[in-house]
Design a protein around this ligand. Structure first.
Ligand SMILES: Nc1ncnc2c1ncn2[C@@H]1O[C@H](COP(=O)(O)OP(=O)(O)O)[C@@H](O)[C@H]1O
Ligand SMILES: [Mg+2]
Length: 288
């Protein structure tokens, strides 16, 4: 099905999509399930939404949603599929661009191919209000490039001390390579709302003292059996347990994320331009 020509979208024609990235220092903190539910929430708020599985090593948006993509971004990179043809319809009317495994090895390809991808992404950008990137965890050139192409980043952190330490490491690299990039902290799997607030305060203090970076607070989501159940059932929590505490918390987070203005300078940057700036983002610079 040609999703782009089939106008079953909500609301007005978008100008140019705002790209939002969802990332984390440590894996397994809830990025994918949060991205899926945020995408759905924004769609319910009458936005046209594209969710890109940008976790090129452990991409699993399709798994979380019980979808089986026939082709992925890897086929586009190999010249075996058009970008439009790999989009698949997700729940609630969101569209999904599956990346999944195998893409990482292909990204070191010719800059000409990357340029072509950039053009295709720009076309996508003109068809949606919002593009959400579910990035991989941790410090890599690819993750940083995705963050670079977004107007704001939701950094997911849990109360686990390792997650907090890795989130700080991530902030350090972002603030060094993408100055003034808006970062919103989302505390996931908290026991109480106070716990979320105190995680934010701790990170914010360190960020302003040592990195000269101010943070915003997107809010917190409690650890909940409903959430875990929804993931097991491959159905987004928002569709399954719309009135649960976790779903209500997610709606609050979604509103805060939308309200945050983002960096307008980032909006003008081509979607894939980050990949063309390889020299700037060498592994050595990320590593120290
Ligand atoms: N708020 C939450 N409460 C309970 N379980 C959660 C919550 N958020 C995430 N999880 C669980 O954590 C695991 C990892 O979630 P996932 O979204 O795949 O994270 P990531 O994409 O960061 O690896 C899943 O099993 C999911 O059910
Ligand atoms: Mg994931």
């Amino acid at each position: 099905m040609d999703l782009l020509r089939n106008h079953r979208f909500n609301g007005s024609t978008p100008q140019l999509a705002d790209v939002l990235s969802v990332t984390s220092g440590k894996g397994g903190v809830g990025k994918t399930s949060i991205s899926v539910n945020l995408a759905l929430l924004f769609q319910q708020l009458r936005k046209r939404v594209l969710l890109i599985d940008a976790d090129i090593h452990l991409g699993n948006v399709d798994l979380v949603l019980g979808l089986r993509p026939r082709k992925t971004l890897a086929d586009v990179l190999l010249g075996e599929a058009e970008m439009e043809s790999i989009l698949i319809p997700g729940p609630g009317g969101i569209d999904i661009l599956p990346a999944s495994s195998g893409v990482a090895e292909l990204l070191d390809c010719e800059s000409q191919i990357i340029r072509r991808l950039n053009r295709e992404f720009q076309t996508l950008q003109s068809r949606y209000h919002l593009i959400l990137l579910d990035t991989g965890a941790g410090l890599s050139k690819v993750v940083l490039s995705f963050i670079r192409s977004s107007v704001k980043t939701v950094l997911v952190v849990t109360p686990d001390p390792a997650s907090i330490a890795d989130a700080y490491g991530m902030m350090k690299v972002i603030s060094r390579h993408i100055p003034r990039h808006p970062i919103l902290i989302l505390a996931n799997m908290v026991s109480t709302y106070d716990e979320g607030t105190s995680i934010f305060q701790k990170l914010n203090l360190m960020a302003s003292r040592f990195l000269n970076q101010s943070l915003e607070y997107a809010g917190s989501i409690p650890r909940s059996a409903d959430w875990a159940q929804a993931v097991l059932k491959q159905t987004p929590l928002l569709l399954q347990q719309e009135h649960s505490m976790a779903a209500r918390a997610l709606k609050m987070v979604g509103r805060n994320v939308l309200r945050s203005p983002g960096n307008p300078d980032d909006r003008l940057r081509g979607f894939f331009d980050g990949f063309l700036e390889k020299n700037l983002l060498s592994e050595e610079m990320i590593g120290d």
